[in-house]
Design a protein around this ligand. Sequence first.
Ligand code: PMP
Length: 395
Amino acid sequence: MSNVHELGFLKEKIQELKDEGVYRKLPVMGSASDAEVELNGRKVINLSSNNYLGFANNPRMKKAAIEAVEKYGVGSGAVRTIIGNMDIHEKLEETLAKFKREEAAFIYQSGFNCNAGTIQAITEAGDIIISDELNHASIIDGARLSKASKTIYKHSDMESLEAVLKENKDKYRNMLIITDGVFSMDGDIAKLPEIVELAEKYGAMTYVDDAHGSGVLGESGRGTVDHFGLHGRIDFTIGTLSKAIGVIGGYVAGSRTMYEWLSHRARPVLFSTSLPPAAVGAITEAINMLMESTEYTDRLWDNAAYFKEKMGSLGFDTGHSETPITPVIIGDEAKTMEFSKRLLEKGVFVSGIVFPTVPKGTGRLRCMVTAAHSRVQLDKAVEAFKQVGEEMGIL
Ligand code: PMP
């Protein structure tokens, strides 16, 4: 007889998911993440990954990863504050700081725990976190871990932000404004110049999560802050190493003081093992590639413009994206999922995104065009969209 709990309370919840029609099996990839992948045993065009620059399967980066493994092994063996801090970790931080044109950069094992660890470490009771209502889940979780007060402002609404700043400016020691640099569901860019002006007017600090802007916007992917020429006016800039950079990890770029404090108090760095050598080697190579040439970001933007133009001229609603993220708005939730299913039957994978991830009635197929896609692959994808759009009476 087993004493293991039957987990009936979870079984009930799983049954609810099934009853609501939202229970799902994870799709299984049998190949590297690339423009074309093997998915559930079939070759399909991949329009859903965050691999913006096609770096996830880049030969130069793979070689750098293998070289790092040969010299440093497969794991770092400890948290950084004990004996998991290798020279390649520090070299990567120096390279990132140079790339981001900031004094320092501090790395984490993921973008998620970068937000979870940084927000908590830089705020405390008596401070207030002021967050855009559409910020990413990891920012929300990071704010929850902090003892600071929290409030939100309406998405990219500067009047709403100013009202919150005005109301709270004399009540707290520090105010921290947090925004995504690029909002991942619509591809719109935060109004950083206005946010910075308001922050300076009311004496608030600024924190930009540039998960979808780093490697994409600015000179050779230096990010949203570089895109707007705001170096030196944003206190904390987060980037992920898992999306455009194609590997895993996250970092926060900013001042030397920020670095010193985080290296003493960021909990994911104190209590979780550091990035493995293969990842560090590949990431460092990727940043060097971006500093050598703009060819990767140029190709990304060319492909995105090509795809958006074709989809728009077919009559699809591609929203108000300002970045390569291309939402194709279908509206109805069931229709969105049906559209995605039919695209897959035609060899194109685009996951449907519906409520609660996006508001009700704004279901969409979120297309992520990358630098790795060929024009032939993009044309095939557009043709599949056209056929399904016609079959379903959407075009
Ligand atoms: N911030 C934002 C805005 C994101 O979109 C994501 C990834 N979904 C993250 C943070 C987390 O990054 P990672 O996948 O590297 O943990």
